[in-house]
Each structure stands twice: as structure tokens, then as C-alpha cells.
Design a protein around this ligand. Structure first.
Ligand SMILES: O=C(O)C(=O)C[C@]1(C(=O)O)C=C[C@@H](O)C=C1
Length: 363
């Protein structure tokens, strides 16, 4: 057989694969409907493991790499979760005609939240001087009209968010109010003012970016600012998704975020800056990429694409960032000192400290 004939065979196989994937998606949607009917959670980790183990077994029988089969299945399971979650959010339609105002809804995360609420049946209005995502009603100023919505979400950068939350405290809206800020300390006073004004207030932090279309394995932090009903109402918005909600107080949030966002961003920003200063073109580096470098570069590329102003806020407005960045600075200096002085033991100790720390974590 010549190459065109072989390629024609491949074309047929690829078509079959796509149709089989579509058939799988159809069955998955049916499973999703059934789970909704019986109140079972969408995600079933045990079943996912079974599916992956099964295909690894088939791959071994068929003489192909089990990880190729497992990789394909992981993509398909991801697509299943997206499909089931989107169907469920629509079907359970939390909104039922309730109204929401998303202040800063023309921003990337604000737009994500507006669409998320819209999918749940909320009538969403955007309060944003810069515009609104297509199809949404908009007011230019957030306070240029009644504030009688069931839900008001503040999705602006942190400094305006503190001002707007304080402004909302003086308007005393009847609905539930929460922000989506990445750092909470700068919002503390305004959140307290809302609480003192009797506004049903909470504060949340979705631990994902605006490109997330499936919330499987994602976390949403909920912060109790003194009103359990408001917190539970915010939690209920995620009940039809596969996101996991985690509760903590305001201080703990910022302490954790100093490590989870602050430290990991700083490391990646420094990594990319060091590469940029190396004089070696990225294509050249990609061409000799190792496993670690490839994985690290993929993360650094994601960080480099993010909004630098938001990332500056995450670094500069969190009072807890100092110790995390100092520890990073010290670790780099220890590493440098060990390498420059040829002190192997110091280097080994540094690595061992990290390994012992990670291994002490529960599985
Ligand atoms: O078997 C199920 O319960 C499904 O919903 C299907 C499926 C899959 O794609 O195989 C998807 C999500 C679950 O977490 C487990 C498995």
C-alpha cells in the first residue's frame, strides 16, 4: 500500500474515533441526568480509576503504550465532566429569575462569573464603565440605579473593590453581597462596614482563572465575615458543579494565599526573567527541553500570560507575603552559597529539607 492509501485508512480510523467519542459523550450526558435525578455527585473518582485501569489493560493487550490510552481517556473524562457540569448547572437553574448585579463584570473574572450566574438562570446586570460581555444589560456606574438585586458580586481589582464595598455599606442593599478578591486584608474594613450596616455579606475566592470551563478538582474558598446565610447562599451557587468549597477565616486566607499564589507566582516570574536575561532564544531551549524544564516552562508560560497588575496586587497588598518571599530569597542564597563554595553537604541539606517536608504530607 502506498502512503495515500495508508492515509485514507487513517482518515477512516480518525472519523471512527470521533464518532465513538461522540457516542461516549451521549452516554455520559445520560449518566449525568440520572445522577441529577438521584442526587448522586457528578464526579466519581473510584470509577475514573477503574476506567483508566481498564484502558491501560486493553492497551497492554493491544500492544500499545498504556499511558497513551490513559492520556486519551483523561481527556475524554475531562470532556465528560464539562458536559455533565454544564448540563447540571442549567438543569438546576438556581437563579429562577432572580437578579444579580456583577460590578466589574466586563473584566475577565467578572465576565466568567456573569456567565456562570446567567447559566443558572439569574437575570444578570453588569455594572462596569468599560462595557459588558455580549448579551448582558449594563449600567455604567454601579450605583446609577436601584440596588435591589438578590445578589451583588464585586469583581473589580482590589483597590476599587474596597471602595465599592464601603459604598455598598452606605446603600444597604437588601440582597447578598460578596467580592471575589484574591487578597482579603485590603477588604477587611469594607467587609466589616457592610456587616455593621446589616448587609448580608460574605467573601469568596474562586481558585481558578477565567478560562476554567469545568470546575472539577477546582477549589472555591468561602470566608465567613459574620453572616452564615450569606456564606451558605454563596456555597449553593457551586452546589451543581464539581468544585470543592473550603471554608476559612480572613487571616488564614491571606496566609495561605501568600504561599499558594504569592510564592508560586514569584518563583515563575523570577524563572522567566532569568530565562529572558540568558540571551538564549526560547525555541532553542524548547528543542532540548527535559521533563522538568518542559513542565516548568508550561507553568511559567501560563503565569507570563496573566494580568501583571493583578499579579502585583497579589504580591504587594498581602501583608503575609513578606515571610514567604524572604524564605524564597534565603533559599536561593543558600543554594548559591553552597554551589559557589562547593559545599555539597549544605546543598544536600537544602534538598533534604524540602523532601522531608513534602513526604511528611498526608497522601
Ligand atoms: O461513570 C460515570 O459515573 C460517569 O459519569 C462517566 C465518567 C467517564 O467519563 O467515564 C465521567 C465522570 C465520572 O467522574 C466518572 C466516569
Amino acid at each position: 500500500m502506498d502512503i495515500p492509501q495508508l492515509r485514507a485508512q487513517l482518515d477512516q480510523i480518525d472519523r471512527d474515533l470521533v464518532y465513538l467519542a461522540a457516542e461516549r459523550q451521549r452516554i455520559v450526558a445520560e449518566i449525568g441526568r440520572s445522577k441529577r435525578g438521584t442526587g448522586r455527585p457528578l464526579r466519581d473518582f473510584k470509577r475514573e480509576k477503574e476506567v483508566l485501569d481498564n484502558v491501560r489493560g486493553h492497551a497492554r493487550e493491544a500492544g500499545i503504550d498504556p499511558e497513551l490510552a490513559a492520556g486519551l481517556m483523561e481527556l475524554l473524562i475531562g470532556a465528560s465532566l464539562t458536559r455533565q457540569e454544564q448540563d447540571t448547572v442549567r438543569a438546576l437553574s438556581q437563579g429562577n429569575g432572580r437578579r444579580a448585579l456583577v460590578i466589574g463584570g466586563n473584566g475577565r473574572m467578572g465576565g466568567w462569573f456573569a456567565r456562570f450566574l446567567d447559566a443558572q438562570g439569574f437575570a444578570v446586570e453588569i455594572g462596569d464603565p468599560t462595557g459588558a460581555p455580549e448579551g448582558f444589560a449594563r449600567r455604567e456606574r454601579w450605583d446609577a440605579g436601584p440596588l435591589d438585586h438578590d445578589l451583588i458580586v464585586v469583581a473589580t481589582p482590589l483597590r476599587p473593590a474596597a471602595r465599592i464595598l464601603a459604598g455598598l455599606a452606605s446603600h444597604r442593599p437588601p440582597g447578598i453581597v460578596f467580592d471575589l478578591g484574591s487578597i482579603k486584608t485590603p477588604l477587611r474594613e469594607s467587609l466589616q462596614a457592610l456587616q455593621a450596616a446589616g448587609v448580608r455579606t460574605t467573601s469568596i475566592h474562586p481558585m481558578f482563572g477565567p478560562s476554567a470551563n469545568v470546575l472539577a478538582g477546582r477549589h472555591v474558598i468561602l470566608i465567613d465575615t459574620g453572616n452564615r446565610d450569606a456564606l451558605e447562599a454563596a456555597r449553593a451557587l457551586f452546589a451543581s458543579t464539581t468544585a470543592v468549597t473550603v471554608e476559612m477565616d480572613l487571616d488564614e486566607h491571606d496566609q495561605m494565599i501568600a504561599l499558594v499564589l504569592g510564592l508560586s507566582h514569584a518563583l515563575n516570574i523570577a524563572f522567566t526573567a532569568a530565562l529572558a536575561g540568558s540571551g538564549v532564544a526560547p525555541e532553542r531551549l524548547r528543542a532540548v527541553s527535559s521533563t522538568t524544564f518542559g513542565a516548568q516552562l508550561a507553568i511559567a508560560e501560563g503565569v507570563a500570560r496573566e494580568n501583571p497588575h493583578l499579579y502585583f496586587e497579589i504580591q504587594s497588598l498581602n501583608a503575609h507575603n513578606g515571610p514567604a518571599l524572604t524564605a524564597l530569597d534565603e533559599a536561593v542564597h543558600t543554594l548559591l552559597a553552597a554551589v559557589r563554595s562547593g559545599d555539597e553537604q549544605q546543598f544536600v541539606d537544602l534538598m533534604s529539607r524540602g523532601r522531608d517536608y513534602l513526604h511528611a504530607l498526608p497522601e
